[in-house]
Design a protein around this ligand. Structure first.
Ligand SMILES: Cc1cc2nc3c(=O)[nH]c(=O)nc-3n(C[C@H](O)[C@H](O)[C@H](O)COP(=O)(O)O)c2cc1C
Length: 173
């Protein structure tokens, strides 16, 4: 099996991470994978805002907890959280961010780093208290945070989840 497919088949979502930081060289590779994703009309209007300290991640989670009515919300306490955002007027904004997030997940997998898509900011990034923190962290005011990547060394390695069969259909003549 080729390395790309092997990587795709072995990736999975992790939701428990060690405190161990991610080396700068590895983070740089992950971010390079992100910006080499395809984007509609090659706009590349996305931004990847990198939160690298527990304090930054906790400040954002704390602003979101009341909005989500979830006292335990913490992004799974990753070593790094990457916010993938895009201009609110770009109709390809979500699709472009999704392509970049998958690149992030696959490069992380190649480096032995666990990852998980975190979705909640998409629906609450315009809450005033959340937006205030996002602005402080460097997310442009006209950006929607379409998804986030929680990254860290998994506390336990697990096998990829099996896939549902029958979702591939070859069209008949
Ligand atoms: C658009 C999208 C949103 C997701 N949101 C979350 C989320 O908010 N929290 C979470 O724990 N996992 C989230 N996931 C991860 C999925 O639950 C996970 O990919 C799915 O269960 C398949 O498992 P696997 O990634 O291990 O193959 C999301 C995945 C996608 C693609």
């Amino acid at each position: 099996m080729n390395e790309v497919l092997q990587n795709i088949l072995s990736r999975r979502s992790y939701r428990s991470f060690e405190e161990r930081p991610i080396a700068k060289e590895d983070l740089d590779l992950i971010l390079q994978a992100a910006i080499y994703a395809p984007s509609g009309m090659n706009r590349q209007s996305w931004q990847f805002t990198v939160l690298q300290t527990p304090a930054q991640i906790e400040t954002l989670a704390a602003a979101m907890r009341p909005v989500l009515q979830n006292d335990g919300y913490n992004f799974y306490r990753p070593a790094v959280l990457i916010l993938a955002s895009n201009e609110c007027g770009n109709s390809n904004g979500l699709a472009d961010c999704a392509c970049a997030l998958q690149n992030i997940f696959l490069e992380a997998e190649a480096l032995g780093i666990g990852s998980c898509w975190i979705n909640q900011l998409k629906d609450c990034c315009d809450d005033p208290a959340v937006r205030e923190v996002l602005t402080r962290l460097g997310v442009p005011e006209n950006h929607i945070v379409y998804g986030s990547a929680a990254l860290g060394y998994p506390t336990q390695k697990v096998e990829a989840k099996p896939r549902r069969q029958g979702t591939i259909v070859f069209a008949k003549d």
